[in-house]
Design a protein. Sequence first.
Length: 238
Amino acid sequence: MKADNNPLAAKSISKKFSFEEFSNSFKSLDPQNMGNWPLPVKITAFIFIGVFVFVLAYLLLIAPVREDIAAAEAQERSLLNDYRDKDSKLRNLLQYQKQVEEMESTFGQLLQQLPKETEIPGLVEDINYTGVGSGLQFDKINVEKEVTKDFFIELPMTIKGRGDYHSFGAFVSALAALPRIVTIDDFDISPINDKSKSEIPVLGLTVNAKTYRYNDKVDSKNKPKSPQDAAKKTGSAS
């Protein structure tokens, strides 16, 4: 049997990596002579130094910047949501203002239709003329006791008259056409014995109508006090 005298094979066997030798090489290191450290030790030291430098750079330089970017993105989202919310409220506010203006205009028109206290006798005359023009004969038109509401005063009226169906229909239509607000709360129609024996039956009409006028006392209650009165009130309270 021939011996294997191949020098390459022997050299490869001698250079085979040994973890035990690698770990023992760290025990015999001379910190004062790093140039003579084994190559595997140098590579390992370079790797640890690189990892340490990368981690340190990430913690000191990159991480704070990433936190600032995340905070800026969160602030951007918050400001964008705030802008959208305010933009939506602004659009709704413009719609609300338009609706308020329309309501104020309508309310002003309704207030103009409410009679003043001095116009009530003239309104009763208008109702009387309306009934007579419609073919009714009035027995009485009584203005009842006022009923005070929050912003207006209700004026009930009892109207009694006689005529036919066509006259009643014309009278109700004429009431609706008056420039002042007059509502019919209740009515009663009943036949009347007519001694003239006319072909058209005569009916009696009892109408409970209402008209309204603005409550001037509301303005006086809501009217702001003068600075002198406010100062007096403050002084008395102190």
